[in-house]
Design a protein around this ligand. Structure first.
Ligand SMILES: [Zn+2]
Length: 283
């Protein structure tokens, strides 16, 4: 077989370009946004439908992974999907931790949530020069990311991206397990491989078994409270994600079944809090 130059180039890109994941997978973000959109006040629902592009057909979930797709065009946005804390401390402090790899303050997922919240608060200001459609899509995405425990992870392993593990028989890394594998295996095992069935189950739990907690999840004295979510995130990372895992660990039923409730909780909290934040912004 003779490969032309373009094919060789494409092959090289495929082989050598292995991006570091920085996000819940598509389903994780879809779940957070679907749970949120169902909980919007009338004012927030109206604002969201005004801000979404027409092709989204008023479905916030369909654009919840937009921020991942533009990461390479908007190169500056890459560090906004996560934050790193000092190894093994298991706590988070905004001033210490919210910066990018060049040390520029506020360039992390918590800073981005604050920034896009502030931008969206200018929604009724006719002289606002912000792109509020992009602000809505970034905020909705980053509210999901900050609830993925390993998006608030340790510095040296890049949020567990450099910890290679086996998910059952497949080789992957620990970050990817939390972005994708736990959700996908749950869908396959319990929900007929249908993300909508998982969303319905979480939605039902929010209004029944979690109804009291869900009120507390919403609480925030400001418009958005990313520091609370980041602190919970690094605690969950230490208590559940990193716990008992080493390089080349084989993660199977024990890990899956004990961590699945944590993933479910974080997805539900992300959805409830995104709705509460949008309701406060547009309310
Ligand atoms: Zn992301």
């Amino acid at each position: 077989m003779v490969l032309c130059k373009i094919e060789i180039l494409a092959f090289a890109v495929l082989v050598f370009y292995i991006p570091i994941a920085h996000s819940w997978g598509i389903d994780g973000h879809l779940i957070v946004c679907k749970l949120a959109q169902a909980r919007l006040s009338e004012a927030a629902e109206d604002a969201v439908s005004q801000l979404l592009p027409a092709y989204a057909e008023n479905d916030l979930g369909s654009l919840c992974s937009w921020a991942d797709r533009v990461k390479f065009r908007y190169h500056w946005s890459s560090p906004l999907h996560y934050l790193n804390t000092p190894d093994n401390l298991c706590n988070y402090q905004y001033n210490r931790d919210c910066k990018d790899e060049d040390g520029i303050q506020d360039r992390c997922v918590a800073g981005a949530i604050n920034n896009y919240t502030t931008q969206l608060l200018s929604y009724r200001d006719t002289s606002s020069t912000y792109n509020l459609t992009e602000a809505l899509l970034f905020l909705s995405h980053f509210m999901g990311d900050i609830h993925q425990p390993l998006h608030v992870g340790f510095t040296s392993d890049k949020g567990a991206n450099t910890i290679d593990v086996h998910w059952y028989k497949r080789k992957t890394n620990l970050h990817h397990v939390w972005d994708n594998s736990i959700i996908e295996t749950a869908e396959e095992t319990f929900y007929n491989t249908e993300v909508d069935e998982l969303i319905s189950a979480l939605d039902k739990n929010i209004t029944t078994v979690w109804s009291h907690q869900a009120k507390a999840w919403e609480a925030c004295r400001k418009t958005s409270c990313p520091d609370v979510y980041a602190s919970e995130g690094i605690k969950a990372a230490c208590d559940w994600a990193y716990k008992g895992v080493e390089e080349d660990s084989v993660l199977g039923d024990d890990y899956f079944l004990s961590r699945r409730p944590v993933v479910n909780l974080r997805l539900a909290q992300g959805g409830v809090r995104l709705a509460a934040t949008l309701n406060r912004i547009f309310g």
